[in-house]
Design a protein around this ligand. Structure first.
Ligand code: 1GP
Length: 254
């Protein structure tokens, strides 16, 4: 099928995988970011080798969302800037695309299709690219914001078969990506066995995030088959930016 303007950013993600084997995604939470900090962090991240920016969070305490997205986009060069919406209020025409999440690990219809139906006409009017994503919460040691807000149970961490069944269902439903989410600041990251089980079978790109705090851990996720590693919390400590290049090296194994 020919690519349309509605999958320009998705194609860029595939190009990153072709060139680097795996991609480094930095998640920026607008609630924890002034515009000046956003500018500074984006340029440091580009220098260090970040491939993609996600902007979003479970809560939106700050009204600054649109401005933060605009600032990130203005400073991100050719790097895709993708919204990672924690709610319906996180939509902005300034991004390249939006990760169109459906919480497939849960059984809460609002998060499976309800919010998506509300958002779809808005995206259409904005001509904002939607990258469909089967979003799966994975048990990670304690209740996370995403579990609490979505009122849904995570997939047990010792049940890779259950995770695989959901990932396959997402692929058969035509979703373009899968996101294995341990949760922001998770105590335990997504188990490598689960990543391996899914990546050996499922063909669509696999994003993995939640609680990753060392380059070694990031490398293990890639070795197990993660296509993109998402890191947020760790880089909310400004001094940790000095380690960003090491994370990039660990993720870009090719
Ligand atoms: C959270 O998976 C992302 O939605 C990133 O998690 O903030 O723990 O890195 P951290």
């Amino acid at each position: 099928m020919e690519s349309s303007r509605y999958d320009v950013t998705y194609q860029k993600l595939l190009n990153i995988l072709e060139q680097k084997r795996a991609g480094f995604i930095l998640l920026l939470d607008p609630d924890n970011l002034s515009l000046e900090r956003a500018r500074e962090n984006v340029s440091r991240a580009l220098e260090a080798g970040v491939d993609v920016f996600l902007v979003g969070g479970s809560f939106l305490l700050d009204k600054n969302f649109n401005e933060v997205v605009k600032t990130v986009k203005e400073n991100a060069g050719d790097c895709p800037v993708i919204i990672f919406p924690g709610s319906l209020y996180q939509i902005s025409p300034h991004a390249d695309a939006l990760l169109f999440l459906s919480l497939i690990s849960g059984r809460n219809p609002e998060h499976l299709i309800g919010n998506q139906a509300m958002a779809a006409p808005i995206l259409w009017r904005m001509k904002l690219e939607a990258i469909s994503c089967g979003y799966m919460l994975i048990e990670s040691g304690s209740l996370t914001s995403a579990q609490y807000v979505s009122n849904s149970n995570p997939i047990p961490r010792n049940k890779p078969g259950i995770a695989l069944a959901h990932a396959l269902a997402a692929q058969y439903l035509g979703m373009k990506t899968i996101y294995l989410e341990a949760g922001s600041g998770a105590r335990q990251t997504v188990p490598v066995e689960m990543i391996r089980t899914i990546s050996e079978t499922v063909e669509i790109p696999l994003l993995v995030g939640g609680g990753i705090r060392t380059p070694e851990e990031a490398a293990k996720k890639v070795e197990a088959g993660a296509d993109f590693v998402v890191i947020g919390n760790f880089f909310e400590e400004q001094q940790n930016y000095s380690l960003m290049q090491e994370f990039a090296k660990a993720i870009h194994q090719k």
